[in-house]
Ligand binder design. Sequence first.
Ligand SMILES: Nc1nc2c(ncn2[C@@H]2O[C@H](COP(=O)(O)OP(=O)(O)O)[C@@H](O)[C@H]2O)c(=O)[nH]1
Ligand SMILES: [Mg+2]
Length: 123
Amino acid sequence: MSEKEKTREIWRHIDETADYARSADLEPEFQKAIEENIAKLKEKISAENLEIVAFGTVSGCKSSVLNVLAGDDRLATDVRGGTTVKTIEIPWTDRSGVSLVDTPGLGEADGGIHGRTAREAAR
Ligand SMILES: Nc1nc2c(ncn2[C@@H]2O[C@H](COP(=O)(O)OP(=O)(O)O)[C@@H](O)[C@H]2O)c(=O)[nH]1
Ligand SMILES: [Mg+2]
């Protein structure tokens, strides 16, 4: 399959999912969630920006690895878990169209909200 055909196929699947969400007998909340995700997905595809997302357990060196890729220490790191509390997106130096995305860690004590933030960023 050529790149052009693959792109067309992806958009076809997205449109079919949107049609299904509109026509199916779904809970309004679920329908809204699908529509919001489709809108976000379309935005991401149109932006043609590659996101490298660091996703994993707390103190797993996620921020440290992204700092190495970025070439400086702009993301905070700490021996204590829970330093990264929100999703942070930074452009990869000298490379247009590529972003490094840091997320809070999974498995943090009382860190349910941070885990959800991380999962959301990785979608
Ligand atoms: N021993 C060792 N520690 C590291 C290395 N890379 C990072 N660390 C330390 O591991 C700890 C957690 O790193 P961090 O990047 O904040 O983890 P995050 O919670 O996944 O973002 C920090 O104290 C880092 O300095 C490494 O290569 N070796
Ligand atoms: Mg971190």
